[in-house]
Ligand binder design. Structure first.
Ligand SMILES: Nc1ccn([C@H]2C[C@H](O)[C@@H](COP(=O)(O)O)O2)c(=O)n1
Ligand SMILES: [Zn+2]
Length: 169
């Protein structure tokens, strides 16, 4: 084999894939979200997914979406973005980028802005019509925090454990 491989993963593709891989750890039956924070040198500084707080049993807390508030997941679940920030190796995330599978809610957005993260790259914006996401965008625009949707250059990547390779179209 002569020259180097040219068709490597781009940085956005790499970090978004890691965010999605992390989402694979989520036990939420409806929406699995992963987030990955990269620093300006393209080093991974934090990664996380949505789940219940440490020590809170997945078997005792509910995953329901509907019913009385305390019978749903909403008061209990830690969002992927918060977990990625709390898992980060440093508190100061100035100039870092967050890759996240779903546009951040307003509560996560406050924390993202306060952490110093300067750019959000998201995949899905399925809750764009909610007041929560609308509030997120108001705060991001006011604070000058950039956000953009990830546009994949290929439809899928497949991890093949048998051949120890990553396949793509
Ligand atoms: N940016 C976000 C938005 C939501 N989540 C989590 C919170 C829940 O576990 C799930 C959303 O559930 P749904 O209402 O779609 O059934 O996703 C997050 O981690 N980050
Ligand atoms: Zn959130």
């Amino acid at each position: 084999m002569s020259g180097k491989r040219e068709d490597v993963l781009g940085w956005d593709e790499y970090f978004m894939s890691l965010a999605l891989l992390s989402a694979g750890r989520s036990k939420d039956p409806n929406t699995q979200v992963g987030a990955c924070v990269a620093d300006p040198h393209n080093r991974i500084v934090g990664i996380g997914y949505n789940g219940f707080p440490r020590g809170c049993s997945d078997d005792r807390l509910p995953w329901a979406r509907e019913g009385a508030y305390l019978d749903t997941k909403y008061p209990f679940v830690c969002h992927a973005e918060v977990n990625a920030i709390l898992n980060a190796i440093t508190r100061d995330l100035t100039g870092c980028r967050m890759y996240v599978a779903l546009f951040p809610c307003n509560e996560c957005t406050k924390i993202i802005i306060q952490s110093g993260i300067g750019e959000i790259i998201y995949l899905s914006d399925k809750y764009a019509a909610t007041d929560s996401v609308r509030a997120s965008k108001i705060m991001l625009d006011s604070s000058g925090t950039a956000y953009r949707q990830f546009v994949p250059s290929r439809p899928s990547l497949t991890i093949d454990f048998f051949t120890c390779r990553l396949h793509h179209d």
